[in-house]
Design a protein around this ligand. Structure first.
Ligand code: NAD
Ligand code: TYD
Length: 337
């Protein structure tokens, strides 16, 4: 089996590629990744020479580039589509790259995959497309889409294009919507790696607003296992929610992290709130649990301790990102970013 993974040099994509190479010996992977600021060759340095793996530096908005991959490396059996602009705060600064990659790029990828006769297309999406919850309830697969940020609106757009491809052409598409992930190799602009790396550097942990916004946290490897299950056993045209059943307020996350890192509580510093900040996300993942037998396996305390330990031991990885030198290396090797 030969699959294209997009966004394999990012956080979740790199875990997915490594997991497939380890657990699915019959699968070859072509990783299509444009190496934006969020992509990092270090994330897959340990498997870069694996003969079952190759990386193609192509943007999903580059139709001729994509067509060449599907023609020259084919036949491709499946696409696992993770490439995206993924950070809400950046989307608040400018939504344009989000629309280009997440909406336009997904449409181009869907068309190229369809024309190449690819049997299955997995659209990896997020619970954020459902919008924000009040104090109770959780998102189910038929909750109406109600995205609030340019990021989530662009992801909702890509989901709808994937759905339309199924309805219009009968393209075999499955969609997953997962809650917030955490774990090693997450870019230190997101809450957990930002707080850990700031803490390790003796800097403050900037908590937005009242700190009572709630996210449902899932360890990244649990997500990756779910993606593989949905790719192989999911029903065409269907959506599968994936969640950790692990709701935590941001304040609680911050407090757990300062305690794990032996920092004073005063390290947590309130800062002005994010614009349009979604209050609460919670996922009902009964469908994937009941129909495919998936369950989250990594307890929060264990996953968070592992994550803190990873950032402690991989200082060079995140320091080069935070001081920008990882980009110098890319510029030398691969030209302008
Ligand atoms: P990430 O930002 O860490 O990585 C994104 C990757 O996509 C990078 O390697 C980047 O170089 C690549 N990329 C960006 N634009 C591209 C383009 N135009 N062409 C080709 N490659 C491009 O993202 P992540 O956190 O790993 O998220 C992966 C996917 O999972 C995204 O689709 C995201 O919406 C979804 N998701 C993420 C979370 C989460 O908590 N991180 C939760 C649910 C769903
Ligand atoms: P983030 O990791 O950006 O994920 P998302 O916005 O996609 O859920 O943020 C998670 C939560 O943490 C969100 O409620 C915003 C909050 N947050 C902070 O309080 N401080 C920060 O510095 C960051 C980056 C996020």
């Amino acid at each position: 089996m030969r699959i294209v993974v997009t966004g394999g040099l990012g956080f979740i994509g790199s875990h997915l590629v490594r997991w497939i190479l380890q657990h699915q010996p019959q699968v070859d992977i072509i990783n299509v990744d444009a190496l934006t600021y969020a992509g990092n060759l270090e994330n897959l340095a340990d498997i870069a020479d694996n003969p079952r793996y190759q990386w193609q530096r192509i943007s999903i908005t580059d139709r001729p580039g994509l067509e060449a991959v599907f023609r020259d490396q084919g036949p491709i059996d499946a696409v696992m589509h993770l490439a995206a602009e993924s950070h809400v705060d950046r989307s608040i600064q400018s939504g344009v790259p989000f629309v280009e990659t997440n909406v336009l790029g997904t449409q181009i990828l869907l068309e190229v995959a369809r024309n190449a006769g690819v049997s299955r297309f997995l659209q990896v999406s997020t619970d954020e497309v459902y919008g924000s919850l009040g104090g109770t309830g959780s998102f189910v697969e038929h909750t109406p889409l109600s995205p609030n940020s340019p990021y989530s609106a662009s992801k909702a757009g890509s989901d709808l294009l994937a759905r339309a491809a199924f309805e219009t052409y009968g393209q075999d598409v499955v969609i997953t919507r997962c809650s917030n992930n955490y774990g090693p190799y997450q870019f230190p602009e997101k809450l957990i790696p930002l707080f850990i790396t700031n803490g390790l550097d003796g800097k403050s942990l900037p908590l937005y607003g009242d700190g009572l916004n709630v996210r449902d946290w899932l360890y990244v490897e649990d997500h990756v296992r779910a993606l593989w299950m949905v790719l192989n056993q999911g029903k065409a045209g269907e959506v599968y929610n994936i969640g950790g059943n692990n709701e935590r307020s941001n304040r609680e996350v911050a407090q757990t992290l300062v305690s794990l890192m032996h920092l004073p509580e005063t390290a947590i510093v309130p800062v002005p709130d994010r614009l349009g900040h979604d209050r609460r996300y919670a996922i009902d993942s009964s469908k994937i649990q009941e129909t495919l037998g998936w369950r989250p396996e990594t307890p929060w305390e264990q996953g968070l301790a592992l994550t803190v330990q990873w950032y402690r031991s991989r200082r060079a990885w995140w320091e080069s990102i935070k001081n920008g030198t990882y980009k110098d290396y890319y510029r030398d090797q691969y030209g302008t970013l």
